[in-house]
Design a binder for this molecule. Structure first.
Ligand code: CAA
Length: 257
């Protein structure tokens, strides 16, 4: 895969995607998001890959959708093209996707991080939805995912004023899973991905699906979904291996299928 605006590499069973437009603080232009969708889909199909990490630079995860590319767009144009609709590709990946965020995660950058399954932040990370300062509102799920993550009051505070919150505030609010020193960010994200890669593939994919259902449905429906897939996992070899290993006091060797 040859890309211009992202860099991809693999570390064991983990794929790493680095946003690579340093001159624009990784602003998310059309080309970059198309490459992101293609890389993610490729890694999702690859049996050698168990989890994916998306990261930016030390200064910026991503400073938002590309304002210079966007500024002359028209209402009929954005409607016909549905340019943000293509970003949804990030949310269709079955394998766990971890955002490793250092520096600015603003606007579409914060929204991209929130489309991932968890956010690991460096202590320098700054999150915000500053679109209100541009005469627009968040357009890639910011008003929805941020509100579900941090609640109405803080989401209103961020979306209506456009202010940034630092990593500590983001962790307290529940947006961020964990904070690590900037120098350790990538190593920590890769470690989490590697740990997930050693577990049972079907349980990992199902667990991701079940948590995501909580964002999209009622409690009753979500619990019903969870119970159905929980029962289904008893049909896997990995369930026999995981529980058998516990009973025999040994480490499980999951076959990932
Ligand atoms: N789009 C295009 N270019 C951007 C950009 C963006 N979102 N963010 C930064 N850049 C560019 C700057 O224009 C600048 O380029 P030049 O050197 O050619 O002038 C370069 O990146 C470096 O940026 P700054 O000089 O501004 O760096 P700074 O350290 O002084 O400030 C910043 C950093 C506070 C993040 C500032 O760049 C900024 O406010 N960026 C815009 C943030 C923003 O409004 N994001 C929301 C975008 S709209 C959106 O995302 C819609 C949606 O929901 C999908």
């Amino acid at each position: 895969m040859a890309f211009e605006m992202i860099l991809t590499e693999t570390h064991g069973r983990t794929a790493l995607i680095r946003l690579n437009r340093p001159q624009a603080l990784n602003a998310l232009c059309d080309g970059l998001m198309a490459e992101m969708a293609e890389a993610l889909a490729g890694f999702d199909r690859d049996d050698n890959i168990a989890a994916i990490v998306i990261t930016g630079s030390e200064k910026a995860f991503a400073a938002g959708a590309d304002i210079k590319e966007m500024k002359d767009r028209t209402f009929p144009g954005v409607l016909a093209e549905d340019f943000i609709g293509k970003w949804e590709a990030v949310t269709t990946i079955r394998k766990p996707v971890i955002a490793a965020v250092s520096g600015f995660a603003l606007g579409g950058g914060c929204e991209l991080a929130m489309m991932c399954d968890m956010i690991i932040a460096s202590d320098t990370a700054k999150f915000g939805q500053p679109e209100i300062n541009l005469g627009i509102i968040p357009g890639a799920g910011g008003t929805q995912r941020l509100t579900r993550a941090v609640g109405k009051s803080k989401a209103m505070d961020l979306v209506l004023t456009g202010r940034m919150m630092d990593a500590q505030e983001a962790e307290r609010a529940g947006l961020v899973a964990r904070i690590v020193p900037a120098a350790d960010l990538l190593a920590e994200a890769l470690k989490v991905a590697e740990k997930i890669g050693q577990l049972s593939g079907p349980s990992v994919a199902t667990a991701k699906q079940a948590v995501n259902v909580a964002f999209e449905t009622t409690l009753r429906e979500g619990v019903r979904f969870e119970r159905g897939v929980f029962y289904a996992l008893f049909a896997t070899e990995d369930q026999k291996e995981g529980m058998g290993a516990f009973a025999e006091k040994r480490k499980p060797a999951f076959r990932n299928r």
